[in-house]
Design a protein around this ligand. Structure first.
Ligand code: MF3
Ligand code: CO
Ligand code: CO
Length: 278
């Protein structure tokens, strides 16, 4: 199926789903502490989605071709885990970095977002990897405007990551999103500006770069889901769902707890502050 263009009503539904996904990430923030297991984070988020928000956790039993059904409601990827980490009995400890990836379904529409969480004090190197990956995501977002090309996203991300001596994972990409979790197009996090399809207002897709401190090669664990770096170097990822607007880009996975764009990308985005949570 080709890329879908959302109409005004569908965009409004995507805004709701996006905000709800971000609010799950806000909700879980105070729970990400030493001693908590990733399984407990999954149970907390599952309860919040189903019983508080009335959303459906999209990952639960999700089974794309070639995969066994995903057994949990969120993904938790710790340290050298790149993505799709399956929550379990692992307890977080001070110094860990963990990506929590949440996808909700509300009224049939998907919102998909992830953030890095730093468990207590982490090493300078781990913190820097998380910061640079955050900048990569936002530079990718800032590259979106009608008439531009999908290659502009990948180029912005790859240049920034490699400038810092990091590498970009190639095997997983961002994706169109809407009534389906993963739609066309694929959104590559590497490439060349001015290449690939043009952005069209009404497109909704994710930008979710995975950046490794070491080499870009990855490996899949025996659980059939968890992806790790082959060289065991640390990996970070951030994800937003965005909309191509008539004038630029709108971030759909936005809540009171969403971090504003970093200075390096802010100039090209019109970001009006929202009041913080009380
Ligand atoms: N949320 C992931 C993404 O950003 C996909 C996770 S698939 C799952 O595309 F089954 F592992 F949840
Ligand atoms: Co995604
Ligand atoms: Co995701």
């Amino acid at each position: 199926m080709a890329v879908t263009i959302k109409n005004a009503e569908e965009i409004e539904s995507m805004r709701v789903a996006g905000r709800l996904a971000a609010e799950v990430l806000d909700f879980i923030t105070p729970h990400v502490k030493p001693g908590v297991t990733t399984g407990e984070l999954d149970r907390l988020c599952h309860h919040y989605m189903v019983d508080v928000q009335g959303t459906i956790p999209a990952p639960l039993n999700y089974a794309p071709p070639g995969y066994r059904p995903y057994p949990k409601s969120i993904c938790t990827s710790v340290n050298h885990q790149v993505c799709h980490g399956v929550p379990g009995e692992r307890a977080l400890k001070a110094g860990d970095i963990v990506n929590i990836d949440v996808t909700v379904i509300k009224d049939g529409w998907h919102g998909d977002s992830s953030r890095m969480y730093l468990v207590d004090d982490v090493s300078i190197g781990a913190r820097r990897l998380c910061e640079v990956t955050f900048e990569c995501m936002w530079l990718g977002i800032a590259a979106v405007r009608p008439g531009g090309h999908f290659g502009d996203i990948g180029a912005a991300i790859q240049v920034h990551a490699e400038k810092h001596g990091y590498s970009v994972v190639r095997e997983f990409c961002g994706h169109g999103i809407g009534r389906r979790f993963h739609e066309e197009p694929q959104v590559l996090h590497y490439g060349r500006a001015g290449t690939l399809d043009r952005f069209v207002p009404g497109m909704t897709f994710t930008i979710e770069p995975m950046v490794n401190a070491g080499r870009r090669e990855i490996r899949e664990l025996a659980d059939g889901w968890t992806i790790v770096t082959k060289d065991h170097s640390l990996s970070a990822q951030w994800e937003h769902t965005v909309l191509v607007t008539e004038s630029g880009v709108e971030v759909l996975t936005r809540s009171a707890g969403t971090s504003p764009p970093p200075a390096i990308a802010a100039g090209r985005l019109n970001w009006t502050p929202k009041p913080a949570l009380v």
